[in-house]
Design a protein around this ligand. Structure first.
Ligand code: ZN
Length: 65
């Protein structure tokens, strides 16, 4: 299950939720203020940074939906 980032418009909290792909746009409750006035933020995968010398990029068994 992928992790999605959410942003609470009420208290400004930024949090992450483990959700199914099909539920990524469902209502999410803010863990801090319990508000449902939240918005899904764009999450970026694979940003560990650094310079990698390996040039092979292979995805294995990545199934969404
Ligand atoms: Zn909140």
């Amino acid at each position: 299950m992928p992790i999605y980032e959410y942003f609470c418009k009420d208290c400004g909290n930024h949090f992450e939720e483990l959700r199914r792909f099909s539920q990524k746009d469902d209502e999410v409750q803010c863990p801090r203020c319990k508000s449902k006035n939240t918005k899904r933020a764009v999450s970026i995968f694979g940003t560990s940074g650094g310079s990698s010398s390996s040039g092979s990029t292979s995805q294995s068994g990545c199934k969404f939906g």
